[in-house]
Design a protein around this ligand. Structure first.
Ligand SMILES: *Cc1c(COP(=O)(O)O)cnc(C)c1O
Length: 350
């Protein structure tokens, strides 16, 4: 009776190992819903992978991972003075991210031995120092001999051409700021050849790639998401059903299947095939969308089916026209999900 994620354990673990081998200095990113796999599981896997550091998204995620992973814990969201004090047993393991000069002062006032990275503002324009701020930071840090600068951090936009011009410009500015003890660069969203270039161009530095999606979800063939068919009802054209008293646009079946808004189903259209062209094609094919039916991420008889009405909290109602092979109650059907926005009832690692 559930929305289930089944992980092919051998395949998944061998993918994780191959990413780790190809990415020296790997920092697994363990945040949010754990990419659908849960934070606890990813923390344990990181320990098994043998890395010395993982990255969480927020301070509130620390307790969940700290019990299962024994190394250092980078917090990706920049530290601010309104962040609660750390559990003292964690303080020595946490690496803060700093992106403003006032936060450098405030953090070191609270913990003179704090470990931290300085984030550079990239074309993402999310957080971080511009070059001028780094010069100031370098100056302040000289007055804090106990502070532990763990490196520079760059969060780059996804894909779209080479990042190298930008990285070179940012790093040259940063190195010129004269930060004492600077020896590590933490980066995200650089691909193989870009990382090779970075390692060669900045050979004096340790490069630490922070990877989430390409690590945990990089081999989709190891992952399968299924929903349980809970009920099947035959309907004729004009039959009324659902919360909103809709009418069946033609003869077929209503399927009630596991997975609803509480799991993250249907909040957003799943990836792919959502282009105007694809939608125009479905409209031309059947007229069901014209009746107000929206495509669902559930497949029945090898096709994505339409929601008969918007997803309910824990189940969804699908309409399949007559002529479709209808699964039996208890059968498992495939579902396409956005892993980072889905919570599963069950995760089975085979
Ligand atoms: C989420 C995040 C990552 C990892 O991103 P993926 O696309 O999942 O690999 C890396 N760096 C920062 C700062 C992040 O917030």
């Amino acid at each position: 009776m559930s929305l289930t994620l089944t992980v092919d354990g051998d395949r998944w673990r061998s993918h994780l190992r191959s990413v780790a081998e190809a990415s020296p200095g790997l920092v697994p990113v363990v945040k949010g819903n754990g990419y659908g796999l849960t934070l606890g599981r990813l923390a344990r896997r990181s320990e098994w992978l043998g890395v010395d550091t993982i990255a969480v998204g927020t301070y509130t995620e620390l307790p969940e991972v700290a019990r299962r992973f024994s190394g250092s814990l980078v917090v990706l969201t920049p530290w601010r003075p309104f962040v609660d004090d750390l559990d003292p047993t964690l303080a020595a393991r946490v690496i803060h991210t700093l992106g403003r000069i006032e936060d450098v002062e405030a953090l070191l006032a609270r913990d003179p031995r704090a470990r931290f990275v300085l984030e550079l503002r990239t074309s993402m324009v999310r957080h971080g120092f511009l070059a001028r701020g780094l010069w100031e930071a370098a100056d302040r840090l000289r007055r804090h001999p106990g502070a532990r600068l763990e490196g520079l951090a760059l969060h780059l936009p996804l894909g779209q051409g080479s990042h190298l011009g930008e990285v070179r410009r940012l790093l040259n500015d940063a190195v010129a700021a004269g930060l004492d003890g600077l020896d590590t660069i933490w980066v995200s969203h650089l691909v193989g050849a870009e990382l090779d270039w970075l390692r060669a161009a900045y050979a004096d530095f340790t490069i630490r790639p922070r990877i989430g999606t390409a690590l945990w979800l990089g081999d989709r063939s190891a992952l399968r998401v299924t929903s349980t068919v809970l009920d099947v009802h035959r309907v004729d054209r004009g039959d009324v059903f659902g919360y909103r008293g809709r009418q069946a646009p033609r003869a077929g079946h209503l399927l009630i299947v596991s997975g609803g808004t509480a799991h993250g189903i249907g909040l957003e259209s799943p990836t792919g095939e959502s282009s105007l062209k694809a939608r125009a094609a479905t409209l031309a094919r059947g007229g069901l969308d014209a009746a107000g039916f929206v495509r669902s991420p559930f497949s029945v008889d090898a096709k994505l089916r339409l929601f008969a009405e918007p997803p309910h909290m824990q189940a969804s109602m699908l309409f399949v026209p007559r002529g479709t092979r209808v699964p039996e109650v208890g059968a498992q059907i495939d579902v396409r999900v956005r892993y980072t926005a889905t919570s599963f009832d069950r995760i089975v690692v085979t």
